[in-house]
Design a protein around this ligand. Sequence first.
Ligand code: ADP
Ligand code: SF4
Length: 690
Amino acid sequence: MARDPRYDLLFEPVRIGPVTARNRFYAVPHAAGMTNSMPHMRAAFRETKAEGGWGVVCTGYVSIDPGSDDTPLPYATLWDDDDVRSHALVTEGVHRHGALAGIELWHGGGSVMNRLSRVPPMSPSGTSWMATHVPFMGNQRPRAMEAGDIRSLLAAQAAAARRARQAGFDVVYVYAGMGYLPYEFLLPEWNRRSDEYGGSLANRARIVRELLEVTHEAVGGQCAVALRISLEELRARASERAASEAHELVELLADVPDLWDVKLDSSPTDCPPSRFAPEGSHEPVIDFVKKLTAKPVVGVGRFTSPDTMVSQVRRGVLDLIGAARPSIADPFLPRKIDEGRVEDIRECIGCNICISSWHDSVPVRCTQNPTIGEEWRRGWHPERIAAAGSAASVLVVGAGPAGLECALSLGRRGYEVTVAEAGDDIGGRLRFETRLPGLAAWGRVLEWRRGQLGKLPNVTIYRGNHLSADDVLELGNTHVVVATGARWARLLYSPLEVAAGGLEGPGVLTPDDLALGAVPEDPVVVYDFDNYYLGGVLAEHLARGGHSVSYVTPAGHASAWTIMSNEQPQVHRALAAAGVALHTLARVTAFAGGAVTLADHFTNAERRLECRSLLIVGTRLPNDSLYADLSARGGELAEAGIRSLNRIGDALAPGAIVHAVYGGHRYARELDADPATLGHRRDAPLARRA
Ligand code: ADP
Ligand code: SF4
């Protein structure tokens, strides 16, 4: 199909200093968990985006010097010639598909702990970043930078920029964002210097200007020099010379970089979950930049709609449409717009599982795109999949995220697929959860698969079909995949930190009961030791629906794990706004007589909390009775022509949606595959040259 002419604008080339991007699609720097220790995985991951049509594809953050060491978080390095060879794999891959390669050179300053290098950290005035969450806390205060440190910083940036050019990069960054060293110079809280690098904004911005200048000089006019900068905090600060300090700064440096890459100041605001921020949420902060510079401007906003992208360009907000998450969820997003296949875009749902992978220091994972990070390791391509290895028919029981992804990928391979779903529609857990506050965008997991499945004549879906073992035997497909999901358990939480001790009786509810329409009696206690989103979301949902709600958790925060997905600050704000009373570090030990007994998690001191309905969001158990029934009838399976029986998704190991989708995809990829090709290749750093 041809491209819709409305989107032609997005395919215009954009000049960036000495280089030209072939279009306006710009995959901005973002960490992907694959550092120099996994160079082939990293290169294939970035190359796939170039193949998918992005005009520029950038690295994640790349340390310029051992004094900037973010261990255990997955940062990359460009410290020596071995690192140059490692990054050259990326640039070669990106160039193969006609895209430009960008590299984000980075120094963490007082926000890194240098845990591995053990170099004392440094910051403009010896100020450290005081995190409230343990993994981000440091217990070594940085030293204040002296004049010699500033000279060394500039020299390290210049040396890294030269290596970047050697490695084949086209766009080389100065990174003044997110609490890192150059950003620390910009804010008086970090910068109390009395020399020419402190005081007025012109002085505070001096280091950024000098970093840009040494980078220009180092790349000798062969690469574009980009400035990535956080403007949220500066925009909130008054200036005597301009509308805000952000305006003043952009005026001061207007034409010094070849490209402005503008963003917000902390990961939760810069990369907010869809629960709390819509597409394009950066605009109110960065909308002024283009008016003050003649250089191109790139920014992000979880853009997946080409109409929104066109509007950003037409309204003079951005020249280049930046994307991190949308390029993960669909590395082929530009190609799909170009080919007039907008409905095929696998839109990011804004769940931030990708961000959590960075916090976990593992290769990037994505709820929507199970192939991400697996391009080299497992040879999974987001758009291509091997043809069926046999003429077998496959029965998929259950049409939640696991069953749907499995059926779609099997269907694309060409298998005859039958999907049986007990409910009156497909979607599994998504059907209930996407009706809860902030989770509507997660419905894209279902709707994208619904749309894609509709194009496959070899996949037949039967709704309202609850299959028993007898039914499955009767259908007699060659392969049976059980994707029957999981159920929430009425279990409590023991001091050993495991789910234990059942609690039945009137008033004890689980999320499954609410999904079926149960209405709790007030006051409600939501008891959450699942620690991901659902407990917090349900507390908010019930409170907003007029219930009197308390939220109890043995953890130290509400939805404690959501610190990993950038949601936690907003979860606390949302619960407070909805009037939910919070009880942390507390275990529910009993429920009787219109109250629950709460035990302090550490001292066991008890207290009572009024409660008529106790909603336990604790642990999930697999719905594995069908699988167990079928397994018990081994001989009959063969007689019915069934050659394999497997479980996937929550029916195998209850988890987040990302795991279910991945499990469904993996089954489909591996059916009939040569056993020698299963498993995954292990990546390793390039051998050092003596
Ligand atoms: P997952 O996340 O692993 O995909 P879900 O719980 O979201 O799991 O989806 C499981 C789906 O399986 C639900 O839609 C449920 O109705 C369906 N299901 C469960 N048992 C059966 C069965 N015996 N026959 C058909 N469908 C079933
Ligand atoms: Fe988007 Fe979620 Fe995928 Fe991240 S993990 S790219 S937020 S769908």
